[in-house]
Design a protein around this ligand. Structure first.
Ligand SMILES: [Zn+2]
Ligand SMILES: [Zn+2]
Length: 181
Protein backbone atom coordinates (compact mmCIF):
# COMPACT_ATOMS: atom_id res chain seq x y z
CA UNK A 1 0.00 0.00 0.00
CA UNK A 2 1.28 3.46 -0.90
CA UNK A 3 1.68 5.93 1.87
CA UNK A 4 -0.15 9.20 1.19
CA UNK A 5 2.87 11.30 2.08
CA UNK A 6 5.16 10.07 -0.66
CA UNK A 7 6.20 11.28 -4.09
CA UNK A 8 6.83 8.58 -6.66
CA UNK A 9 10.24 9.44 -8.08
CA UNK A 10 9.64 7.18 -11.04
CA UNK A 11 6.84 9.46 -12.15
CA UNK A 12 9.28 12.37 -12.45
CA UNK A 13 10.59 12.31 -16.03
CA UNK A 14 11.35 15.12 -18.44
CA UNK A 15 8.93 17.63 -16.99
CA UNK A 16 8.80 18.81 -13.37
CA UNK A 17 6.04 17.20 -11.33
CA UNK A 18 3.85 19.26 -9.01
CA UNK A 19 2.84 18.07 -5.56
CA UNK A 20 0.78 19.31 -2.65
CA UNK A 21 0.52 17.77 0.81
CA UNK A 22 -1.21 18.58 4.08
CA UNK A 23 0.70 16.87 6.85
CA UNK A 24 -0.44 16.44 10.43
CA UNK A 25 2.24 16.34 13.13
CA UNK A 26 1.70 15.52 16.76
CA UNK A 27 3.21 17.90 19.30
CA UNK A 28 4.57 14.86 21.09
CA UNK A 29 6.52 13.68 18.05
CA UNK A 30 7.94 17.15 17.43
CA UNK A 31 8.99 17.34 21.09
CA UNK A 32 9.48 21.10 21.26
CA UNK A 33 8.46 22.55 24.60
CA UNK A 34 7.37 26.06 23.58
CA UNK A 35 5.14 24.70 20.82
CA UNK A 36 1.59 24.64 22.20
CA UNK A 37 -0.40 24.18 19.00
CA UNK A 38 0.36 23.42 15.37
CA UNK A 39 -1.84 23.40 12.30
CA UNK A 40 -1.45 20.91 9.50
CA UNK A 41 1.73 21.63 7.57
CA UNK A 42 1.15 22.49 3.96
CA UNK A 43 3.93 21.54 1.58
CA UNK A 44 3.47 22.35 -2.10
CA UNK A 45 5.87 22.70 -5.00
CA UNK A 46 7.59 20.94 -7.84
CA UNK A 47 10.25 18.30 -8.22
CA UNK A 48 12.43 17.78 -11.29
CA UNK A 49 15.28 15.59 -12.34
CA UNK A 50 18.83 16.89 -12.21
CA UNK A 51 22.10 15.11 -12.78
CA UNK A 52 22.39 12.28 -10.23
CA UNK A 53 19.23 13.22 -8.40
CA UNK A 54 16.29 15.58 -8.02
CA UNK A 55 15.72 19.22 -7.24
CA UNK A 56 12.75 20.12 -5.10
CA UNK A 57 11.34 23.63 -4.87
CA UNK A 58 8.49 24.11 -2.47
CA UNK A 59 6.60 26.40 -0.16
CA UNK A 60 5.99 25.31 3.39
CA UNK A 61 3.22 26.93 5.43
CA UNK A 62 1.87 26.36 8.92
CA UNK A 63 0.72 28.25 11.99
CA UNK A 64 0.21 27.62 15.65
CA UNK A 65 0.80 28.86 19.16
CA UNK A 66 4.11 29.32 20.94
CA UNK A 67 4.82 30.01 24.59
CA UNK A 68 6.78 33.19 25.23
CA UNK A 69 10.01 32.33 27.05
CA UNK A 70 9.81 35.53 29.13
CA UNK A 71 6.16 35.99 30.13
CA UNK A 72 4.92 32.41 29.47
CA UNK A 73 1.90 33.73 27.53
CA UNK A 74 0.71 31.84 24.47
CA UNK A 75 0.96 33.81 21.25
CA UNK A 76 0.13 32.95 17.64
CA UNK A 77 2.77 32.53 14.96
CA UNK A 78 2.62 31.66 11.30
CA UNK A 79 5.26 30.68 8.78
CA UNK A 80 5.16 30.65 5.02
CA UNK A 81 8.51 30.14 3.41
CA UNK A 82 9.86 29.00 0.09
CA UNK A 83 12.83 26.65 0.09
CA UNK A 84 14.86 24.47 -2.25
CA UNK A 85 16.38 21.08 -1.64
CA UNK A 86 18.66 18.86 -3.68
CA UNK A 87 18.06 15.14 -3.36
CA UNK A 88 20.65 12.50 -4.09
CA UNK A 89 20.25 8.78 -3.84
CA UNK A 90 21.92 7.20 -0.84
CA UNK A 91 24.62 5.04 -2.39
CA UNK A 92 27.51 3.03 -0.91
CA UNK A 93 30.01 5.64 -2.09
CA UNK A 94 27.97 8.53 -0.72
CA UNK A 95 28.05 8.30 3.03
CA UNK A 96 27.92 11.90 4.04
CA UNK A 97 25.63 14.63 2.82
CA UNK A 98 28.42 17.14 3.35
CA UNK A 99 30.56 15.46 0.71
CA UNK A 100 28.13 16.40 -2.01
CA UNK A 101 26.42 19.41 -0.49
CA UNK A 102 27.36 22.73 -1.93
CA UNK A 103 27.33 25.09 1.01
CA UNK A 104 24.55 27.37 -0.12
CA UNK A 105 22.10 24.59 -0.93
CA UNK A 106 20.29 22.16 1.32
CA UNK A 107 20.97 18.57 0.40
CA UNK A 108 19.14 15.45 1.47
CA UNK A 109 19.58 11.78 0.64
CA UNK A 110 16.82 9.41 -0.41
CA UNK A 111 16.52 5.67 -0.82
CA UNK A 112 14.32 3.71 -3.17
CA UNK A 113 11.77 5.14 -5.55
CA UNK A 114 9.34 6.71 -3.07
CA UNK A 115 10.25 10.02 -1.46
CA UNK A 116 8.78 10.48 2.01
CA UNK A 117 7.94 14.18 2.39
CA UNK A 118 7.15 14.05 6.13
CA UNK A 119 10.78 14.38 7.28
CA UNK A 120 11.27 17.27 4.85
CA UNK A 121 8.27 19.12 6.28
CA UNK A 122 9.26 18.30 9.84
CA UNK A 123 12.68 19.81 9.35
CA UNK A 124 11.09 23.08 8.19
CA UNK A 125 8.92 23.15 11.31
CA UNK A 126 11.83 22.35 13.63
CA UNK A 127 13.93 25.10 12.09
CA UNK A 128 11.09 27.63 12.39
CA UNK A 129 10.61 27.19 16.14
CA UNK A 130 12.95 29.55 17.98
CA UNK A 131 14.96 28.33 20.97
CA UNK A 132 13.67 31.26 23.01
CA UNK A 133 10.36 32.40 21.56
CA UNK A 134 9.26 35.94 22.40
CA UNK A 135 5.69 37.22 22.15
CA UNK A 136 7.32 40.50 21.14
CA UNK A 137 10.88 41.78 21.08
CA UNK A 138 10.36 44.14 24.03
CA UNK A 139 8.40 41.68 26.21
CA UNK A 140 9.03 42.64 29.86
CA UNK A 141 8.55 39.13 31.18
CA UNK A 142 7.51 38.04 34.66
CA UNK A 143 8.80 39.58 37.86
CA UNK A 144 11.31 37.09 39.31
CA UNK A 145 10.12 37.99 42.83
CA UNK A 146 6.32 38.04 42.72
CA UNK A 147 5.60 36.48 39.33
CA UNK A 148 3.55 39.44 38.09
CA UNK A 149 3.39 39.74 34.28
CA UNK A 150 5.14 43.07 33.86
CA UNK A 151 3.53 43.60 30.45
CA UNK A 152 0.19 43.87 32.24
CA UNK A 153 1.10 45.77 35.37
CA UNK A 154 4.23 47.00 37.10
CA UNK A 155 4.65 45.49 40.51
CA UNK A 156 6.26 47.14 43.53
CA UNK A 157 9.17 44.73 43.70
CA UNK A 158 11.40 46.89 41.50
CA UNK A 159 11.84 49.57 44.16
CA UNK A 160 12.78 46.96 46.72
CA UNK A 161 15.47 45.48 44.50
CA UNK A 162 19.00 46.15 45.63
CA UNK A 163 19.81 48.64 42.90
CA UNK A 164 21.54 51.74 44.25
CA UNK A 165 20.17 53.82 41.38
CA UNK A 166 16.65 53.43 42.75
CA UNK A 167 17.78 54.54 46.19
CA UNK A 168 19.26 57.68 44.68
CA UNK A 169 16.04 58.37 42.83
CA UNK A 170 14.01 58.01 46.02
CA UNK A 171 16.28 60.45 47.76
CA UNK A 172 15.80 63.01 45.02
CA UNK A 173 12.04 62.54 45.15
CA UNK A 174 11.94 62.91 48.90
CA UNK A 175 14.05 66.04 48.66
CA UNK A 176 11.69 67.52 46.08
CA UNK A 177 8.68 66.73 48.25
CA UNK A 178 10.14 68.31 51.35
CA UNK A 179 10.99 71.48 49.39
CA UNK A 180 7.38 71.88 48.35
CA UNK A 181 6.10 71.62 51.90
ZN1 LIG B 1 6.19 37.63 26.43
ZN1 LIG C 1 7.14 41.75 41.48
Amino acid sequence: MKSPNHISLESVREEPVSFSFELPFSLKALDREPLLELSRVSLAGTIRRIERGFALEARCAFRGQLECSRCLAAYPFSVEEPFALLLYERAPGVGDVREIGRDELDVSLYEGTELDVAPIAEERVQMAIPMKPLCREECLGLCPQCGQDRNVRRCECVAAAADPRWGALEAVRDATKSQKV
